[in-house]
Design a protein around this ligand. Structure first.
Ligand code: PLP
Length: 475
């Protein structure tokens, strides 16, 4: 077999294989190890020289499924608490398959009115879900990092404009460094976006009043005055080590007073807006100039899914439109070419899985899921506080509990090393995944349960496994 044309009448066969593998794989997820290192040996079977004569689709996909269903990290199951990783709701996953089936060229309305209209609809639904003004512009991106690139490119265009330069046409040459101010809660992806945009990742200044990185508003206020407001403020809604957030409203006040640009990183934290229990954290986001969020984290949409929203819809086309043709889609315009509004040109119809999951579960379903996670992580916090050998290090916030293993008799100076070794042992064990990080100079665990399948039993197992492995390690 060498030519795909020979398979035109059996093109559905390899898809049927995937569909047949799906139910047993999904049914097995709750019971299997998150990762089984013994299965890594299978990865060799992916390897080998480029075939001259191919295997044909059925054999190739059979092989991929055989290796994949075993050797994958089963992070879409209920016990992957490392980083901030969601799973994929049944509707979102099927929507993603449909996206591949339909394979739309989704940058241009002329190539796919379906993809364009779906993107317009889901952006409207998402604004409503997050309490953002309907007048905001937006575009779907592959990730929050690319949503930062999108929002901060708009900020850069605005900032250069205040220096009399059209950065889209002229670039940054001759301009001073763009001041970007944030708190100690800032995520590395913000620096990466600044690096990509040619602004430099180390030009960001943090204003922190304590070791936890909480914002020093007075110092930022002074710095803003020094640059006459020609600066970008990055507010962080949901930080990855403790779930802490900046006071968005206070930063919006600063931005307003100085005429600065306010960018909000709500990668997962924007989902706080879905529950009255946490909505106060998101207060002020509606005053931002640009806002970033992720679909592939707390929304449980498959990778790659991110959202960028901007107060002035025109700013997207100024930063990304072609050759000076600033393009303002009208509120009822159905003919939007989204490649004019973001960094990508050709792109997949990433609106479809979002559409499917919002259609399937609605606002109430998402609120229920977010509130279940709030309960699950509070439960985890309670278990940590009750365990004599675990120490909760920060109040439980949003979807994160930050703690460390601290058995009696281990001196403080040995705790970092012990927790780092425990982190390694936990990943090698594979029953439950959680990673270590650094908080106020300490090595800590900071599990973030945001998978739609996760329940209290899953975080109970995390505590059991950590204490069991810890007891085996401690002197
Ligand atoms: C994950 C994350 C990002 C980056 O998101 P990607 O989708 O991985 O690019 C940015 N900010 C915060 C707070 C995050 O948790």
């Amino acid at each position: 077999m060498s030519d795909p044309l020979d398979e035109r009448d059996t093109a559905g066969d390899p898809l049927a294989l995937v569909a047949r593998a799906a139910q047993p794989y999904l049914d097995g997820l709750p019971d299997r190890r998150v990762h089984d290192r013994a299965k890594d040996a299978l990865l060799d079977e992916l390897d080998g020289p480029l075939p001259a004569k191919g295997d044909g689709a059925v054999a190739a996909v059979e092989r991929l499924l055989r290796i994949g269903t075993e050797a994958a990290t089963h992070s879409s199951g209920p016990r992957f608490f490392h980083f901030v990783v969601g799973g994929s709701t049944p509707a979102a996953m099927a929507g993603d398959w449909a996206t591949s089936l339909l394979d739309q060229a989704s940058g241009l309305w002329a190539a796919s009115p379906l993809a364009s209209r779906a993107e317009t609809v889901v952006l409207r639904w998402l604004k409503e879900l997050f309490g953002l003004p309907a007048s905001f512009g937006g575009v779907l991106t592959p990730s929050a990092t690319l949503a930062h690139v999108t929002g901060l490119a708009c900020a850069r265009h605005w900032w250069a404009g205040r220096h009399g330069v059209d950065v889209t046409s002229r670039g940054l040459a001759g301009l001073p460094v763009m001041p970007v101010f944030s708190s100690g809660l800032v995520h590395v992806s913000t620096r990466k976006a600044l690096q990509i945009l040619g602004c430099g990742r180390d030009t960001l200044t943090t204003f922190a009043r304590d070791e936890a990185g909480r914002v020093d508003l007075a110092a930022m206020d002074e710095a803003l005055a020094r640059v006459e407001g020609r600066a970008v403020i990055v507010a962080n809604l949901g930080e990855v080590t403790t779930g802490d957030s900046d006071p968005i409203d206070a930063l919006a006040d600063l931005a307003e007073r100085h005429g600065a640009w306010l960018h909000v990183d709500g990668a997962f934290g924007l989902f706080s807006a879905l529950s009255p229990r946490t909505a106060h954290l998101a207060r002020g986001v509606e005053r931002a100039d640009s806002v970033t969020a992720d679909g592939h984290k707390w929304m449980n949409v498959p990778y790659e899914s991110g959202f960028s929203f901007v107060r002035d819809p025109m700013s997207l086309s100024r930063a990304f439109g072609t050759w000076g043709a600033a393009y303002l889609p009208d509120a009822d315009d159905e003919r939007i070419s989204y490649n004019m509004l973001g960094p990508e040109s050709s792109r997949r119809a990433r609106a479809l899985p979002i559409w499917a999951t919002l259609r399937a579960y609605g606002r109430d379903g998402y609120r229920a899921m977010v509130e279940r996670h709030l309960d699950v992580v509070e439960h985890l916090g309670g278990l940590v506080e009750a365990a004599p050998d675990l120490e909760l290090l920060a109040p439980v916030q949003l979807c994160i509990a930050c703690f460390r293993y601290r058995p009696d008799g281990v001196p403080e100076e040995h705790l970092d090393e012990l927790n780092a070794r425990l982190g390694e042992a936990l990943l090698a064990d594979g029953r439950v995944y959680a990673g270590t990080s650094t908080y106020r100079g300490m090595t800590v665990f900071r599990p973030a349960p945001v998978n739609w399948r996760t329940t209290e039993a899953d975080v109970e197992l995390l505590v059991t496994v950590l204490r069991e492995l810890g007891a085996a390690l401690a002197p």
